[in-house]
Design a protein around this ligand. Structure first.
Ligand code: KIV
Length: 307
């Protein structure tokens, strides 16, 4: 394979690493915050070079790169492998990782221990957890332990079954109030930012009037302070169901399939590898080498001559 690439020289080279105050400043100035998910070294490099502000090692990686059929089964160990790879590909964006389902709900101690693993073992800047309710107390505990926390309300995929499936939330007055309460509770708990997922734009607009921290939307309209999309959705790599908010900005999977298909065709046709893909050897060295080679088939080796 190719030798390991270093993070390429890019216009991002003169950018300073994105910090919590920088994110708050962007919100103050009304400058949209751009967040994207990444799950490995190459996707992190793409995010770096593209100049995004925040990168999320989302537990969506359970589906997009690990092939599970939901985010629920992914383990902390699996997420940490992904987060470590992303860390190695990033210099500038603020890095957040999702705490997976079942790794923080049971107690404050469990939540702090899991969050600490992501910071110590993967070098993330912050963690994200889903829902209001018990997650609010866990968020407070992690913040008190010195780790920045991003909340996530509305459609929370880890508990999609309890929400009636992967569907927009907050579409009745009562459910809109539930989402509002969750967002405000997480803000009060000290979250530095909240993700709003799949809620009506008008509900997001109303909650935004009460928010004092950067809000990142996904399927929540245009009034949030920033937007996040799943890398594989926006690039057209993932084939699973895509929600209406997952705008596709490229068709990378088609390109990938076309590339592998062309390679397979050339191997089968004998046109790859060509001369320019092969190495040469000095003719004298080749002659010496051939002289010591196994005799042609059917001719026995003399004693002690085996290679
Ligand atoms: O896991 C994920 O990718 C997420 C984003 C959709 C916000 O939580």
């Amino acid at each position: 394979m190719s030798t390991a690439p270093r993070t390429p020289d890019t216009p991002t080279d003169d950018r300073l690493p994105v910090t919590l105050p920088a994110l708050a400043d962007k919100r103050e100035r009304g400058e949209p915050i751009v967040m994207v998910t990444a799950y490995d070294f190459p996707s992190a490099q793409v995010a770096e070079v593209a100049g995004v502000d925040m990168v999320l090692v989302g537990d969506s990686g359970a589906m997009t790169v690990l092939g599970y059929d939901s985010t629920v089964p992914v383990s902390v160990d699996e997420m940490i492998v992904l987060a470590r790879a992303v860390r190695r590909g990033l210099k500038t964006p603020f890095l957040v990782a999702d705490l997976p389902f079942g790794s923080y709900e049971a107690s404050d101690a469990q939540a702090i221990a899991t969050a600490q693993r992501f910071v110590k073992e993967a070098g993330v800047d912050a963690i994200k957890l889903e829902r209001g309710g018990v997650a609010v107390q866990r968020a407070r505990a992690i913040v008190d332990a010195g780790i920045p926390v991003q909340g996530h309300v509305g459609l929370t995929p880890q508990t999609a079954t309890a929400l009636g499936g992967y569907r927009a939330q907050g579409r009745t007055a009562q459910r809109a109030l539930d989402v509002t309460r969750d967002a405000l509770d997480l803000q009060d708990a000290g979250c530095f930012s909240i993700v709003f997922e799949a809620i009506p734009a008008a509900v997001a607009d109303a909650i935004m009037e009460r928010m004092e921290v950067p809000v990142i939307g996904i399927g929540a309209g245009a009034s949030t302070d920033g937007q996040v999309l799943v890398f594989h959705d926006l690039l057209g790599i993932y084939d699973g169901h895509s929600p209406r908010f997952a705008k596709r900005f490229a068709s990378v999977k088609e390109e990938m399939v076309a590339g592998v298909r062309a390679y397979a065709e050339e191997v089968r046709a004998g046109t790859f590898p060509a001369a320019e893909h092969t190495y040469s050897i000095d003719p004298d060295e080749l002659e010496r080498y051939r002289a010591t080679l196994v005799p042609p088939a059917g001719i026995a080796w003399g004693p002690g001559e085996e290679m």
